[in-house]
Design a protein around this ligand. Sequence first.
Ligand code: MTE
Ligand code: MO
Length: 436
Amino acid sequence: MSQKASNSTSSLDKGILNLNFQYSIVPSVKKERRAFIKKISMASLASALGAEIVFAGNMPKGYVPVFLEEQDSLKSMGKDPALKVLNDRPWNVETPIHLLDEKVTPAEKMFVRNNGLIPEKIETSSWTLTIRGESVNQEKSYTLDELKSKFKTHTYQLTLECGGNGRGEFYPPAEGNQWGQGAVSCAQWTGIRLKDLLDDVGIKKDAVYIGYHGADSHLSGDPGKESISRGIPIAKAMQEETLVAFQMNGKDIPLAHGYPLRLVAGGYPASVSGKWLKALSVRNKTHDGSKMESPSYRVPIEPVEPGERTPDENMRIIESMPVKSIITFPKSGAEFPLGRNLEIRGHAWAGEEEVNQVAYSIDFGSTWQSCRLEKPVNRFAWQHFQAQIKFPKKGYYEVWAMATDNKGRSQPMVVPGWNPKGYLNNACHRIAVKVS
Ligand SMILES: Nc1nc2c(c(=O)[nH]1)N[C@H]1C(S)=C(S)[C@@H](COP(=O)(O)O)O[C@H]1N2
Ligand SMILES: [Mo]
């Protein structure tokens, strides 16, 4: 019995060490951290965690609990420690909905979705953007200074929502990050119009698609592989709001979000907004870079049965995102006294369309009242809604919000059409409220 127990302990140790090696959870740069861990007592560590470390005695010497590691990484990425780490290789970090209350999403609260590894050394003085592909008259490169000085600068607030936002609610589960509803942001992006850049390069009449190429590396470390290289149809590329951006919220783009240069195309799944932008391919056919192929970022044209395999011919590339809304205040679980009105607020967006109406229900969708809804500051920016709710008596309630776009399409009350990769879950957001 004791033999068995000690065996399992040593294999656990091995497991942890392997992990350390593979994912460098305890890299040498964390020396100070380790010294710190040695010095502080288990009791103070437990109070930082808000819980006892039950098997603390089994922790290898110098082991840094994942909790502290994640806090460190979030801090070094400039992120609010309340964000939720779904994955650290690659980094995928979700924003709890109540932290999205601001009209313009601040950098520290913006979700992170990476397919590969964040580039390590970025030399801005030698950074160039190259425009190439079958459909350019001739290949051309620009330095950052040239991009900034040669073209007019524009600023737009743009909604970027991951195509897989809400994936965690699909059943049977779809593979991929199990996002809640927090993989969405709406920051202010400043840069030059992609259209102005393409005009300057000169593109051929047969151009139909623009593909992006970023400086992030593939998880395998293979320099010949791109982690992701998606893109947009030429009509989207030519819209005024489609930018090659170098600023976010009035500052350099944070490293996690694509410093020093990023393609930004609001209203489409955020996967088309290429970070760490090094090159653009002007294509005479639909771009065929990494994650352009089925089933990536595609959904069935005809509905399929949950769990069913879907033939490639029945899949289309996701373009404009569907209508959606989130209640950002109060936080789900809020409790407040009877007799007071509850103010709810949130944001709604509808891909390339505008949101026409947002309504709320406190009776599980039986009746709906309309919210006050603001116009977007510009196309493809989310819109703010607000309502005052009076509750009839003490008890448990849910507040549901439902947005409708200008084509009359509303959010579904239940999770919409299952699809193999779990995209486009735009079901109504719900919060719990207790009136006491
Ligand atoms: N170069 C590059 N660009 C990228 C990605 C990536 O992994 N590499 N991820 C894409 C995906 S899937 C999303 S949802 C958004 C996330 O943007 P954010 O991390 O700035 O929130 O970036 C997109 N652009
Ligand atoms: Mo994404």
